[in-house]
Design a protein around this ligand. Structure first.
Ligand code: SF4
Length: 209
């Protein structure tokens, strides 16, 4: 489930259609909120989600925790229905205790300098600490080169953001593969986890997959 709106504006964002209404991102394309956003009551969202016969629901964005109060009844309904839920977040918003109590897992992706976001906006110590304290939280960093890994190490040392996963930046299979190859050995040497972007490898930058 992809939610609209984000409190950051990463220049290489792969989902600018959730928040970029002015063309500030690398693509330069300004999307229309009236076309991209589809407000609906949570009960209707849950009715649609419930029809998918899947054990795991991933809530992504945009930044889902920006609207966590409105998300809460949906998360409770999913938990009561026996579904696991993971929330993808940029780590700048601390989760409410009620959200944590539903048993969700957080996949946190703090942004590095190459996102173009100022540090005081992309790294919020109290929010990172709150997320790190939730059992099962994982931290995933989008990287391109060795220098990015040094920056990740600095973030980990300052904020205790473990376990660490490194994901190559890229919106085409060629670019993802290039960054993956450039990063692989160094990630293994540091004892971190390495992942790729399977949906890009299979479907490129196609939406809705
Ligand atoms: S935090 Fe995520 S959704 Fe928001 S601009 Fe950055 S990459 Fe895009």
């Amino acid at each position: 489930m992809r939610l609209g709106g984000c409190n950051l504006s990463c220049r290489w964002c792969d989902t600018p259609y959730t928040w970029d209404w002015t063309g500030i991102g690398d693509s330069g394309q300004a999307y229309r909120a009236s076309e991209e956003l589809h407000p609906m009551p949570w009960r209707e969202v849950w009715r649609q989600l419930r029809d998918y016969d899947v054990p795991l629901i991933v809530v992504s964005g945009g930044e889902p925790l920006s609207q966590q109060r409105r998300l809460l009844p949906l998360l409770r309904a999913a938990a009561e229905d026996g579904r696991r839920v993971e929330i993808e977040t940029n780590g700048t918003v601390a989760p409410l205790p009620e959200i944590v109590a539903t048993g969700v897992r957080f996949n946190v992706s703090p942004k590095l300098a190459h996102s173009g976001d100022p540090e005081e906006r992309r790294l919020v110590p109290a929010s990172l600490a709150a997320l790190a304290a939730v059992p099962g939280t994982a931290f995933k960093f989008v990287c391109r080169c060795d220098d990015d890994l040094d920056e990740v190490a600095d973030v980990v040392a300052r904020y205790g953001t473990t376990p660490v996963w490194i994901m190559p930046e890229g919106q085409t299979p060629d670019v993802v593969q290039r960054h993956l190859s450039a990063l692989g050995d160094a990630v293994v040497e540091r004892g971190w986890n390495l992942t790729t972007r399977m949906h890009v490898a299979v479907w490129g930058d196609k939406r809705g997959v």
